[in-house]
Design a protein around this ligand. Structure first.
Ligand code: CP
Length: 332
């Protein structure tokens, strides 16, 4: 296998804001390599054999949790899957104590989703394990944006020069934030589009354009990413009704006909059929929503793999840092 690991230096993946274009591309290229291997009939390798990946999900998830779990297994790691609802959190154990107790079982990489922005950053300061952000509050969802970019690159060849429109609940969306960082670094033009109540003030400072009319930007858009209306994060009414939202910002057959002939329709999921998009669009020729899910596995394999390679290098250079104490052989 080719190796893109020589210059991967990060212990954690907390967000895309701090990554360079080269680092983002490195992850996408590693994911592409895993895609080629799977196509050759080699979906599984033993790169992470003997290591443990813990999935700590303090918020519901279908796609992210399952694909991190499968990604770890495809790399031959052992996995621990924690679900908050069935845990000792209900007995008063704190977030950090929960993570430290699970880490004490010999965990190397922790994948964490939490409703609070900054929860993965906090864990990265408290644990010796590497921490991967699987979505924190309204902050970032880096692997979702990486799989979005991978899917766009797969269908369009590159990101640079494309116009990508993020539609909907930009205000509450960690997916939007991670997409903006990554798309801008890789040279895309980014438009954020939604009701003004769901567009954060001063977002132009991130280098994006703002539109309050999907119909006005349709004809110039190559990729439309339909963000979910996050009812669980909305504390007040941001638009008069779901019906009105769907009328002005929902993707439907009429709007597809007015868009570019090869427009790509993406959605991070879960989708609200009939709100962000109609079923004919979700299941139609322009939709790459299930490709995104397929590619999520590859991107998460790439992240786990690159971080593991960096951990191995670090342990070789600094054997005293090996938390399992097996490299120095100095302890009994
Ligand atoms: N897109 C996404 O994060 O989906 P899940 O909440 O199901 O993981």
């Amino acid at each position: 296998m080719k190796t893109a690991t020589a210059s991967w230096t990060r212990k954690h993946l907390l967000g895309l804001q701090e990554l360079s274009a080269e680092e983002i591309t490195m992850i996408l290229d590693q994911a592409a390599e895993f895609q080629e291997m799977a196509a050759r009939g080699e979906p599984k390798i033993d790169a992470l054999s003997g290591t443990v990946v813990a999935n700590l999900f303090f918020e519901p998830s279908t796609r992210t949790k399952m694909s991190f779990s499968l990604a770890a297994k495809r790399l031959s790691a052992d996995t621990l899957d924690f679900t908050a609802a069935a845990s000792s959190l209900s007995k008063g154990e704190t977030f950090v104590d929960t993570a430290r107790n699970i880490e004490a079982m010999g965990v190397d990489q922790v994948v964490v989703r939490h409703a609070t922005s900054g929860a993965p950053l906090l864990l990265s300061k408290k644990l010796k394990a590497s921490v991967i952000n699987a979505g924190d509050g309204m902050h970032e969802h880096p692997t979702q944006a990486l799989l979005d970019l991978f899917t766009i690159r797969q269908h369009r060849g590159s990101i640079a020069g494309l116009t990508v429109t993020l539609v909907g609940d930009i205000l509450h969306s960690r997916v939007a934030r991670s997409n903006i960082w990554a798309l801008k670094k890789l040279g895309a033009r980014v438009i954020v589009c939604g009701p003004s109540t769901l567009i954060p003030p001063h977002i132009e400072a991130l280098g994006v354009e703002v539109s309050n009319s999907l119909d006005e930007v349709l004809s110039e858009t190559d990729c439309i990413n339909l963000l979910r209306i996050q009812f669980e994060r909305q504390r007040s009414a941001f638009f008069p009704s779901i019906r009105e939202y769907a009328h002005f910002f929902g993707m439907n057959g009429d709007r597809i006909r007015k868009a570019k002939k090869d427009v790509l329709i993406l959605a991070p999921g879960p989708i609200n059929r009939g709100v962000e998009l109609t079923p004919d669009v979700a299941d139609g020729n322009h939709s790459v929503i299930l490709d995104q899910v397929t590619n999520g596995l590859l991107v998460r394999m790439a992240v786990l793999y690159l971080i593991h390679q960096r951990r191995q290098l670090s342990a070789d250079e600094h054997p005293e840092r090996s938390h399992q104490g097996t490299i120095t052989g100095a302890t009994t």
